[in-house]
Design a protein around this ligand. Sequence first.
Ligand code: PHE
Length: 436
Amino acid sequence: MSENKRASFGGKLSVILVAAGSAIGLGALWRFPYIAGKHGGAAFLLVFLLSVLVVGMPAMLAEFAIGRRTRMNAVGAFRSLSKRWSWLGYSGVLCALFISGYYYLIAGWSLEYLVSSATTELYSSSLSFKEQFEGFQASWRPLIYGVLFIVMTHFIVSRGVEKGIEKAAKVMMPLLFIILIVMAVRVAFMPGAAEGYRFFLSCDFAKAFTPETIMMAIGQAFFSLSVGMGCMVTYASYFKKNNNLVSTSLNVSLLTLLVSVLAGLVIFPAVFSAGLQPTEGASLVFVTLPEIFKGMPLAPLWSTIFFVLVMLASLTSTISFHEVLTAYFAEEFKLSRQAAAITTTGISVVLSVLTFSKLFGVDYLDIFDKLTANVMMPLGAMFTCVLVSWFLDRKFMKEELTNNDTVNRYVAPVVVFMLRYITPLLIFYIFVANFV
Ligand code: PHE
């Protein structure tokens, strides 16, 4: 597509909402609380915060620069910068495929819970929430809801960059913030909430700075910011030339942090208030939370509101990795947008069936999750930083960060320094410390 024909997002706010829409999702609402619960609560929060600032944001800026400069899908973008680096684009596409292999299924759980909350079935059943969750897992329903989620995503992506993706983010993101704040306020009035705040906000430093916690936090930062797999490259290819990349990445990172913290402020006080344990793991949101809602007046209503929140947040994220693949198929194989979206949707359905079926007894969900967040995304981000700071023209990052010397003149050298010496080395160090 030629430069002037390529779609672009509208103003500053649209860009922030769309990118934050990708970032904020199951990572902040589902993954963050259960990982934080397992790794010491506040200790994890602190390391996560540092990871976002020191590794997440610089890497996001590198991706923004690449996307906006090349105005291409992930593979085309890396290839056009350097033929020898196109593998980095393919690794992003592969990562998007792996994420598609499990994310829709978990997003589908939120649909099931949304429906069973709204019909009050979740709360009128004689089974415990654990039994209900297990019964649900053993049925066909997760696959049906997962596929439904893929279809919803398809519908939005196939409408296009402006009419589909941008419009969805503009409607859904503000709604998401409102719901989250209402929930956080509601939870604060529950008896016993204080203990949850204490768990989540008082830090044990010894627990925080272990290689394992740091690796989990870095993995979470990349996953949650959608960095290290071409997603922000693809989105930035629709940014306008005068967009301030530094302030966009700052806003997106802060919003993601804010939502993660708010999710913690909803979930941990609620968990303690109900006398439960925060280390429940992946089922925290689906087993523990209903238990908590049950003790509240109007349980089905609060529960419905909460799962609408999870659904909205997931949808703006699924849209973004669907777009990585759709843009890739459309541009690299010269398909129409419709055909590319259908291809992506078809593959996503096949992968979800694979994960759901646990073919050969393999837990694909766990493998895809760990492989993408803890290996592929950190390494993808590390090599992206290395590419922009060691192999491309030295002016590349500076020009993109400053919009040709018009903004961020003092910030740009700091980011360039971090991209060159700090961010990639830190990722490398943590990676080696964990695996050797
Ligand atoms: N950031 C999203 C979330 O936290 C997940 C995601 C990863 C989306 C990679 C796009 C690309 O839910």
